[in-house]
Design a protein. Structure first.
Length: 343
């Protein structure tokens, strides 16, 4: 059986879709699973051990340059890649007009079908017209964690029992990670040997300003971790986030600002830390998928649909207008202690 997954973006949702893809591989042995995704997230999807082939689709950019020769060439290459295989099932996990367009252009086997959601789930960006374009609209409960929503949709579309265990299947390349950390050490430490251990990674940046945590809180938390002998590593994905990282790190006794890395490289880098403290963002969800000790900071009550699932070493902290340093500190001490008991 050949199956095509359409989940283009954003990073957080791409990570959340991985368990559903892994379920398919587990419950339907021998199935070949291809995935259409935006280029920026393609390297990360290639890390998913259940995925056979990744098809890059840059609709976001092509729409802005639709009449250029480069775009026409890229579009033809994409269509050739998309229609290289024919599929028994095309599953649109995004439920938006752009994803349904991609699903519609994919080539089906004679009895193949296209699937989407029946209706909008809470917190999703589902667009109702997509259910009229697909062959099958799959019903899913409205109030479900986003990971479970995609798992349930795939299980119902392809008719298999939902597996009791959840996994993301992100492959870590130890050699690449070691080299990445070595390069970071050479850039930021005079010795050039290794980053002082143990390292706690701070993920403070988010594309949504309401998800951010006050800079003074990060500074106080960093001081507390330094006091216990931890080095704090800062991750950033934009110039503003880099500036903020450098501002906080410069006032800490033991801190490093990692070079800017894509979602692929960050996988290897995160595994060299002993845990992560971060806001609700795509990079933080990568840490969740890697099963690292994690404290996730929420300023909005969306934990039920995006927070950690059934784990004692990954803790979400929510308070309005924002969690205190003490709340996050206590959660970190709990998560790190419980993680150490598993070793």
């Amino acid at each position: 059986m050949n199956i095509l997954i359409v989940k283009l973006s954003p990073l957080t949702d791409v990570v959340h879709a991985m368990p559903a893809v892994r379920d398919i591989q587990s419950e339907l042995p021998g199935t070949q699973i291809d995935w259409v995704v935006e280029p920026g997230f393609a390297p990360l999807v290639r890390r998913c051990d259940a995925v056979h082939r990744v098809i890059e689709c840059d609709l976001r950019r092509w729409r802005k340059t639709v009449f250029t020769a480069d775009t026409r060439t890229a579009w033809r290459a994409f269509m050739a890649d998309l229609q290289y295989e024919s599929y028994d099932a095309v599953i649109d996990l995004q439920g938006e007009s752009k994803s349904q367009l991609v699903a519609k252009m994919a080539r089906l086997n004679p009895n193949g079908l296209r699937y989407t959601l029946t209706d909008q789930a809470e917190g999703s960006g589902f667009e109702p017209p997509t259910r009229r374009v697909a062959d099958v609209a799959t019903p899913v409960e409205a109030h479900l964690h986003v990971v479970e929503r995609m798992r349930v949709m795939c299980a119902r579309a392809l008719v298999y029992a939902l597996p009791p265990t959840l996994g993301y299947g992100i492959k870590v390349r130890a050699t690449d990670a070691s080299q990445a950390i070595k390069n970071i050490a050479q850039d930021f430490f005079d010795s050039g040997s290794s980053i002082p251990a143990p390292v706690v990674v701070f993920i403070h940046g988010s594309s949504r300003p309401e998800n951010q945590w006050p800079e003074s809180h990060w500074l106080e938390l960093g001081h507390r971790l330094n006091g216990l002998g931890y080095t704090v590593a800062f991750v950033h994905g934009s110039d503003d986030e880099q500036w903020r990282s450098e501002s906080i790190a410069g006032r800490l006794k033991q801190a490093v600002v990692w070079p800017r890395m894509g979602s692929d490289a960050i996988v290897d880098a995160l595994t060299h830390g002993i845990g992560v403290i971060g806001v609700d963002s795509g990079l933080c969800h990568i840490a969740m998928a890697l099963d690292l000790p994690l404290v996730q900071i929420y300023n909005t009550d969306t934990i039920w649909r995006t927070g950690p699932l059934d784990t004692d070493h990954q803790i979400a902290v929510f308070a309005e207008p924002t969690p205190s340093v003490d709340q996050v500190w206590q959660a970190w001490m709990q998560a790190s202690a419980l993680a150490s008991l598993r070793e």
